[in-house]
Design a protein. Structure first.
Length: 573
């Protein structure tokens, strides 16, 4: 909440004078801010610690700057003049036009001290500008109520987040008439908002809204596994699907064909992107929502679970002047997150870092990101060729899907660029044979490829209920046959913090293949998967199984998780 640019003690004094804050609470907030390294403004910390409300802070700032303080209501504004400013500008800067009277434009802002913003509005509109101060929450809620708004403020409508709300919704809608009309009514809006709000709060990566025979079932994917969240009456499925479609600018009248859409929602003051997919089934439409919450994902390499030796070699290769760095693994194995973290590590003012993605999942500073648009002919190969004329130093290609994309990426690497990309293969050595099967000549692969990182995600043992245990004898025997010796095994017993699963969060398991001169010769002479794995093992490559069991030994994950995730590659060391 960027409410104002004031010295912290001055803002604190204003709140104390008004009786909204005690001196002890102010001192506690200042100490908290100091511990955080002053990453947040004092106003943000006061609201976060619940010492005072955002409205109280805005009220004090308004009085200090001599401007009115307003509690916004959509009925009190003139919606005819909202478009005097571009909608994107209003949503980005939280500068909301309220009314225009006798050549004076009144706008609501959350930062009455931001003179630059006021001058910019004056220049854009050609009107004299008068400001009123309002909270960010009020401004966002009012923007969301405007026609054609693309931002949905989902936490403002939710008053309680317990199952009583869901029961009330079930009772409120007995007769479903016009689905389009009902989808815009408050009970359905509250239900969909609750589903999204609770998913983000639980740290879910996906929301599954699916019709069963007698109910509509909602499941969340948390730490890679689906968990049932709630069930509501089956007759609500069409209204819920229509509400999600309205949010995603999709066709609510089309129920026979799959559809895709995107939604931007505001939750607790931050923007969260949702990717929506609908699919018709015999019981009604199933809706899956991918939640892209940047706050829930760390884009620092140190936080992704790399062992020290793997991280050191990985960093050395992403700092290379040219060549290709590949990250491989199945869908949902964290490949994109690893690539974003790598880009984060190499981006700087001295480098021109560009990406070609479909879709763009996270927006990064100092990086030029381009969206593939297949419908208008902007495919991966075409976008990549165009990008090469933009003087890039480092390029990230979201995924190598075909020979044309692979060939263009290799040409870029051979002409002095560092290229990052992903492939869908089971292990590191298989990436080489996959490129050959696409039609790429082995000598080009050997010349361009620097490194392949294969990875999976395993669930972390919950730290609050971790305990030692003795696994089944068959598990110990299997480990002994593979050459692994363990003195102790750990697992989570299940507690409230981990929803009684015994796991909380996930961590990466990695296999790093650095392309040595011997490996380059093998790629050209005998690129069979068996020969490549033999040479990689002789060179000391850490396999997925070996890295997974290191994490078992350290008490980070369970042996069953490694067996389940790594599968048939578990025996190679």
């Amino acid at each position: 909440m960027d409410t104002a640019i004031l010295a912290p003690r001055r803002l604190g004094s204003l709140l104390i004078d008004k009786g909204y804050l005690s001196p002890d609470d102010l001192q506690s907030a200042l100490e908290h801010q100091k511990r955080e390294g002053r990453k947040k403004l004092l106003g943000e910390i006061l609201v976060e610690l619940e010492y005072c409300s955002e409205d109280q802070i805005v009220e004090c700032l308004a009085a200090e700057y001599g401007v009115p303080h307003a509690r916004l209501d959509p009925r009190l504004m003139d919606q005819k003049i909202v478009d005097i400013l571009p909608r994107d500008y209003v949503e980005k800067n939280l500068a909301l036009p309220l009314f225009l009277v006798r050549g004076i434009l009144t706008i609501a802002v959350s930062e009455p001290s931001n003179l630059f913003l006021i001058d910019e509005v004056r220049g854009l509109t050609g009107q004299r500008v008068q400001i009123v101060a309002a909270s960010q929450k009020d401004i966002r809620r009012t923007i969301a109520s405007l026609p054609n708004s693309k931002v949905f403020v989902i936490d403002d409508i939710i008053e309680d987040s317990d199952t009583a709300d869901v029961t009330l919704i079930e009772q409120s809608i007995e007769d479903i008439g016009d689905v389009e009309e009902i989808a815009g009514q408050s009970p359905i809006i509250r239900l969909v908002n609750y589903i999204i709000f609770n998913a983000v709060k639980e740290g879910a990566s996906d929301i599954h809204i699916e019709p069963a025979e007698r109910c509509m079932r909602v499941r969340y994917r948390i730490d890679g596994r689906l968990h049932k969240a709630l069930e509501v009456p089956h007759h609500l499925i069409n209204a819920v699907a229509s509400r999600v479609k309205i949010m995603g600018s999709m066709d609510i009248s089309e129920r026979r064909l799959p559809q895709d859409g995107r939604v931007h929602v505001m939750l607790e003051g931050r923007k969260i992107d949702l990717r929506v997919s609908t699919f018709p089934t015999t019981n009604g439409e199933k809706t899956v929502i991918r939640v892209l919450d940047t706050r829930a994902v760390s884009l620092n390499l140190e936080d992704l679970g790399f062992a020290e030796d793997v991280l050191e070699a990985f960093r050395a290769n992403i700092d290379a002047p040219n060549g290709i760095v590949l990250v491989t693994g199945p869908t949902g194995s964290g490949k994109s997150t690893t690539l974003y973290a790598a880009l984060n590590a190499v981006s700087s003012m001295e480098n021109n870092v560009c990406t070609v993605e479909d879709p763009i999942e996270y927006h990064l500073p100092l990086i030029n990101q381009f969206q593939v648009r297949t419908k208008i002919g902007m495919t991966f190969p075409k976008a990549l060729r165009t990008l090469l004329r933009q003087d890039p130093d480092i390029i990230m290609v979201g995924e190598i899907r075909d020979e044309e994309t692979a060939r263009t990426a290799i040409q870029a690497a051979l002409t002095g660029h560092l290229v990052f990309s992903t492939l869908h293969t089971n292990d590191a050595c298989s990436a080489i044979t996959r490129l050959i099967n696409m039609g790429i000549e082995p000598y080009l692969i050997g010349a361009a490829l620097n490194m392949v990182l294969a990875q999976r995600l395993v669930r972390r043992i919950c730290p609050k209920c971790r305990a030692s245990y003795e696994p089944a004898r068959t598990v110990r025997k299997a480990l002994e046959r593979m050459g692994y010796q363990f003195t102790e095994f750990s697992k989570g017993l299940g507690c409230k913090a981990c929803r009684n699963t015994g796991f909380r969060g996930r961590i990466g398991v990695h296999e790093l293949l650095v392309i040595s001169d011997e490996m380059r010769d093998a790629i050209v002479a005998d690129p069979t998967i068996g020969n490549l794995r033999k040479i990689a093992k002789q060179a000391g490559m850490i396999s997925l199984g070996h890295d997974g069991f290191r994490k078992v030994r350290e008490g980070i994950t369970t042996v069953e998780e490694v067996f389940h995730i790594v599968g048939d590659t578990i025996g190679s060391r």
